[in-house]
Design a protein around this ligand. Structure first.
Ligand SMILES: [Zn+2]
Length: 187
């Protein structure tokens, strides 16, 4: 990723970072244990109704839920970079939103936002989807993509003017893929 690129809008970096808790290339996973997951969510201030209402320790079943959400998000991002739609992944995302009771809220000062109404863990997972609702409205959600390289799948924001990005970093994954395609043709 280019260091000079501006931050993605609508807090989408949270979604990108969540997907990138698993690094396929290094074989690391920040969500490998329930404690790792809890630490990650707390570091990011991701509670349900409020940042402070996420109580630990988390259970293995909850970790499995978080990983299912992460991989469903990755599938959705892969669709943005030219992969096909994944109905199962989309159903998973909707389930997380429903369980977290993601709702439109109208505040006395006239502002409107989308936030989870479920406290605790269900709300925390749903909160990870909040940036997407705003990004979907102005089309920037389609710019959040997963790298097409099989051994990478890194999430990134496509800053390119024509939204044609397929790889996390053309200099690395793009060229790598091109070299592979060339070799395959050569054979
Ligand atoms: Zn890549």
């Amino acid at each position: 990723m280019s260091v000079s690129s501006p931050d993605p809008p609508h807090g989408l970096q949270l979604v990108i970072d969540f997907v990138n808790t698993r690094d396929l290339e290094l074989g690391t996973d920040e969500l490998e244990t329930p404690a790792g997951l809890l630490g990650w969510l707390r570091d990011r201030g991701v509670g349900g109704v409020s940042a402070g209402d996420l109580e630990g320790p988390l259970r293995e079943a909850q970790r499995v839920r978080a990983v299912a959400l992460r991989e469903a998000l990755r599938a959705a991002l892969l669709a943005h970079s030219g992969g096909g739609p994944d109905a199962k992944a989309l159903a998973e995302l909707e389930g997380v939103a429903e369980r977290g009771r993601l709702s439109v809220r109208f505040h006395p000062d006239g502002t409107v936002d989308v936030a989870p109404r479920a406290p605790g863990f269900a709300g925390s997972l749903a909160r990870l989807l909040v940036p997407i609702s705003a990004a979907a409205a102005d089309g920037t959600w389609g710019r959040v993509k997963a790298c097409r390289a099989d051994d990478c799948r890194w999430a990134f924001y496509d800053h390119s003017r024509n939204r044609s990005g397929r790889w996390c970093d053309m200099a690395v994954c793009g060229n790598r893929t091109k070299v592979r395609t060339y070799r395959a043709k050569d054979r």
